[in-house]
Design a protein. Structure first.
Length: 227
């Protein structure tokens, strides 16, 4: 009975989102529309995580990794886009899997922005870091992720993908004034910051990924957390 009510509620939520999407799109409110779609995506991914069998040790580990990822962003706030947060998210996913990677990434964005400042960019950052962790977790057994060079290339690419994705929160905030010139100018202006993020990801992965994976793998085996 409870499962049936959940399914009905999910259908009603989708219908409401579809109706709001039509209204926002027709009125040119692209930022609220994008935020709505991102929140729905986060909800679906959180629900998927909730369906997994998790232990108290796993919850503590996820909270600890999310806290480390969030706090590690603060000392580098004066260096735009240079931050070890992405490194922590990627390594967490490589050891504990895609769901944990998503949770660590999305929580890190939300928690760190409590200090750095919340705004319409927060859901975009939550989803971007969450997808970074999710994709790293799905690829953890691939040949790409088994080599340090492959992991570094993955982090480098995601440095640009993260910036390209979050740029949309800025572009869509200008209601009714979208143009391809504005779009290209925005992405050209962000190139330096995206490059800094990409290089810092590769730097941290090259220097520290092997040691972090060993430590987290021992914890994973000891407490049987998603291994």
């Amino acid at each position: 009975m409870i499962a049936r009510f959940k399914k009905i509620g999910l259908v009603l939520l989708c219908l409401l989102a579809a109706a709001l999407s039509v209204v926002f799109w027709s009125e040119g409110y692209y930022l609220p529309l994008s935020l709505l779609l991102i929140v729905l995506s986060l909800i679906f991914l959180f629900v998927r995580f909730e369906k997994k069998h998790i232990t108290p040790e796993a919850v503590v580990m996820i909270a600890a990794l999310a806290g480390i990822a969030a706090v590690s962003r603060l000392p580098f706030a004066s260096l735009p886009s240079v931050q070890p947060t992405s490194f922590v998210v990627i390594v967490s996913a490589l050891v504990f899997g895609p769901e944990v990677g998503f949770m660590v990434g999305s929580a890190a964005a939300l928690v760190s922005n409590l200090v750095l400042g919340q705004g319409p960019w927060t859901p975009w950052q939550m989803l971007a870091w969450g997808l970074m962790g999710l994709s790293a977790g799905y690829l953890k057994s691939s040949a790409l992720m088994r080599s340090r060079a492959g992991r570094s290339a993955f982090g480098f690419i995601w440095g640009f993908l993260f910036g390209w994705f979050t740029n949309l929160s800025f572009i869509l905030s200008f209601f009714g004034s979208f143009s391809w010139e504005f779009f290209l100018t925005t992405y050209a202006a962000s190139f330096y910051f995206d490059l800094a993020h990409a290089l810092s990801n590769a730097f941290f992965i090259i220097l520290f990924s092997k040691q972090w994976q060993k430590i987290l793998s021992r914890i994973s085996v000891k407490y049987k957390i998603f291994y």
